[in-house]
Design a protein. Structure first.
Length: 366
């Protein structure tokens, strides 16, 4: 008996996910003491102290009891933060978990899914796992999506869903409202707007939150980025009440633990701390863009907590920075990317070190 004979062909054919290098790896491999990780778009300030307090206050008795499927306190904190009525909101184990459940609901093997590329790599994983046909539509030079090309692809391919990431990972740009409206009103499929970085865009007045009113639009958010709770795995989405009823059938029964729900609820209600994070990230991002551009690198405008940078040789650049203790993300293997890297915005001292090190590396030549 060979175990692999029982594994679905789709999965056997997939390449494993290659995560970025860890702090431990860089310390052990290069013997560097001070290491700064700017590779995973995490929140360098960590979560709200109120979220940490909520975690500490979880009573041991809670731990042996299954949680509610969609914890009511969490739904009301989401309504407080977004204005979305609890009757239209679902939650999941991270936004990745929410998207997986959505695919379970809508995707049969062979169905088409439109991805404007480059975009978030996990969508490609979902396509492979569910046996969906990926329709890859190239973005414009500024990484905005091309309405005509998307609508043509919808007409021709009859997709089930269009995955629209805004701000887009890894490019950092937000989609224009006009583009989204035109697509939402003329396409023949569901549109999933991934606003994992939506709070950063909202700070700049550029969230696509208002599209939640469209019947065919689903908007996803997460506690992993602006709220600094990546390890608790809390994501949510707003959708029509009808689709929520289907989601309730397809989800795993207990996607979110009570400690995670309580911490997330406290974080969502801590407006003061969220603004502190968003203001700091926006200021540091502006400074980073200016300083990195002054080294001659091509840095794209971003509305998020990371920057997309074009370099002559992405893997060599990433390696040179890593040897000096700075971990950033090589995007050259992302579908639709060529020689690009993604750099998360850190705290001021981390960004200072990054700028100084990039100057050194660039001055050595390529
Ligand atoms: C665009 C995008 N969507 C979704 C996610 C997943 O978020 P979560 O941690 O909530 O699963 C990420 C994480 O990096 C992301 O970049």
């Amino acid at each position: 008996m060979r175990v692999r004979d029982f594994v679905r062909e789709n999965i056997r054919k997939m390449s494993p996910y290659i995560p970025g290098k860890s702090i431990k790896y860089v310390r052990e491999t290069y013997g560097v003491e001070k290491i700064v990780k700017l590779a995973s778009n995490e929140n360098p300030f960590g979560p709200s102290p109120k979220a940490v307090e909520a975690l500490k206050n979880v009573s041991p008795g809670e731990l042996s009891i299954y949680p509610e499927t969609f914890p009511s306190e969490l739904l009301s904190a989401i309504e407080f933060h977004t204005g979305w009525e609890p009757t239209r909101v679902v939650v999941g184990a991270g936004l990745d978990g929410v998207m997986e459940t959505l695919f379970r609901i809508v995707i049969d093997p062979g169905d088409s899914v439109i991805l404007p590329i480059p975009t978030y790599p996990y969508y490609h994983t979902l396509l492979s796992v569910f046996g969906a046909k990926g329709i890859f539509v190239e973005r414009n030079d500024d990484f905005s999506i091309d309405t005509d090309r998307i609508l043509e692809a919808c007409e021709k391919e009859k997709p089930k869903i269009l995955m629209l990431c805004s701000p887009n990972n890894p490019t950092g740009n937000v989609e224009k409202e006009k583009t989204v409206r035109e697509i939402a009103e003329n396409c023949n499929c569901l549109i999933f707007i991934d606003e994992a970085y939506g709070e950063f865009a909202e700070y700049e007045g550029k969230s696509l939150k208002k599209f939640a009113d469209y019947e065919n639009v689903i908007i996803g958010r997460t506690l992993s980025k602006a709220f600094g709770l990546a390890n608790l795995r809390v994501g949510y989405a707003v959708m029509s009440e009808e689709l929520k009823r289907e989601y309730e059938k397809a989800t795993t029964p207990f996607p979110i633990s009570t400690p995670a729900a309580l911490a997330a609820s406290a974080a969502l209600r801590d407006v003061y701390y969220l603004n502190f994070v968003l203001k700091n990230i926006a200021e540091e991002r502006k400074r980073l863009v200016k300083e990195l551009r002054s080294t001659g690198l091509m840095v794209y405008d971003s509305c998020s907590n990371f920057l997309f940078v074009k370099v002559p040789n992405a893997s060599a650049f990433v390696e040179k920075l890593m040897r000096r203790g700075i971990i950033i993300r090589d995007c050259s293997k992302f579908i639709g990317c060529k020689s690009h890297v993604r750099i998360s915005v850190g705290k001021k001292d981390e960004n200072d070190l990054l700028i100084e090190t990039v100057r050194e590396v660039v001055s050595e030549g390529w």
